[in-house]
Design a protein around this ligand. Structure first.
Ligand code: 3HC
Length: 315
């Protein structure tokens, strides 16, 4: 009888997915569905939090007060996205402390892009334009994800990401229309961030161990390669508008497919960075571990205050 129930429960679950009904925290769900959501959402949250570091590096060196205020607002938004997504993992039964420890121990992944250094102010433009641009490409379909809390979190996140991408593009436009040195700085940032931004969409579909199942469960609504292609097709005309050159000698418009053909991505570089050997992996994890250590006294004080309030109420 129990065997029949599981099969029936799985049938009903998949029927809800196929009918585009949202799965909510208290609904029955296959353990593997829960696990892969915790995996993806927690790593998404880690990416938001670690993603604050490359940009935080330039807040004190922004060229003027307006740029500083905009960059501050963006970095604060990323923190909020991270906390939002950690909360979404908790609706699936994940423990916040364990999730964060998994990041600090190196057990959990975060987006490879954040292991590249931000060397000049133009990198703030390239990160906003390309990295947040790629994030939007990947997050808009997630607004239609089958898991309710994740889909709803994405609606709000995407609204803020659009501002992130616009402010990045504006920085690139200002530099590209500026002095020859400023334009050269923008081109250098594009050269360094173009290929790592395409890697953000994950390995090619044929090498992606999760895509098929994630598409069947409507966690993913488009595959890694589909979103990567969309990113290229949208971004190439933007680079032309900036008067900058995409660093890909094989990039060319394909009149038949109405898409851009582009060069081979260096997947060895990708996996090397994912495995922890990128330019900034150690620096990023050290910074996150340090932040947790430095924040210990704040958590202790907040817990002591909460305990005192509880005692007051009880007396
Ligand atoms: N960096 C690090 N690891 C990556 C990766 C990347 N760019 N792309 C894929 N991987 C990992 C996957 O996590 C998986 O490893 P795991 O089994 O240990 O989790 C493995 O490589 C195989 O990849 P798959 O394509 O099979 O994995 P997924 O189906 O999970 O697809 C993904 C990867 C497209 C990143 C998907 O997880 C996803 O859409 N995640 C949500 C969006 C997200 O995390 N974006 C990251 C950037 S967030 C950001 O940029 C914030 C912005 O505000 C700055």
């Amino acid at each position: 009888m129990a065997e029949l129930n599981i099969k029936e429960l799985e049938r009903r679950f998949q029927e809800k997915i196929d009918n585009d009904q949202k799965i909510e925290p208290n609904d029955w769900m296959p353990e593997r569905y829960r696990k892969t959501l915790i995996r993806q959402i927690s790593q998404h949250a880690h990416s938001e939090i670690v993603g604050m570091l490359p940009e935080g590096n330039w807040i004190t060196r922004a060229p003027n007060l307006r740029r500083k205020a905009v960059l501050l607002a963006k970095v604060q938004d990323e923190a909020g996205h991270g906390l939002y997504l950690y909360s979404a993992t908790e609706t699936l039964g994940a423990d916040r402390e364990e999730t964060i420890d998994d990041l600090h121990s190196g057990k959990a992944k975060y987006s490879s892009i954040f292991n590249y250094p931000t060397l000049t102010w133009a990198d703030m433009g390239a990160v906003g334009w390309l990295v947040d641009g790629a994030a939007i490409m990947n997050q808009v379909p997630l607004c239609r994800c089958s898991y309710g809390p994740y889909a709803r979190a994405m609606v709000r996140v995407c609204k803020e990401e659009s501002f992130h991408q616009r402010q990045g593009f504006e920085i690139m436009m200002t530099l590209a229309k500026g002095t020859p040195e400023q334009k050269a700085m923008a081109q250098d940032a594009l050269n360094r961030f173009w290929w790592p931004s395409l890697m953000m969409f994950g390995p090619p579909d044929e090498d992606s161990k999760h895509t098929a199942q994630s598409m069947a469960w409507k966690i993913k609504r488009s595959t890694n390669d589909e979103l990567r292609q969309q990113m290229v097709d949208i971004t190439v005309p933007q680079a032309e508008m900036l008067g900058l050159t995409i660093p890909d000698k094989d990039l060319k418009w394909n009149e038949e497919t109405k898409q851009y053909d582009f060069g081979e991505i260096d997947w060895n570089e990708f996996w090397n960075v994912v495995k922890g050997n990128g330019p900034c992996n150690k620096e990023r994890l050290d910074a996150r571990r340090k932040a947790k250590e430095n924040g210990e006294w704040v958590r202790e004080a907040a817990n002591a205050y909460a305990a005192k309030q509880k005692m007051k109420k009880a007396s």
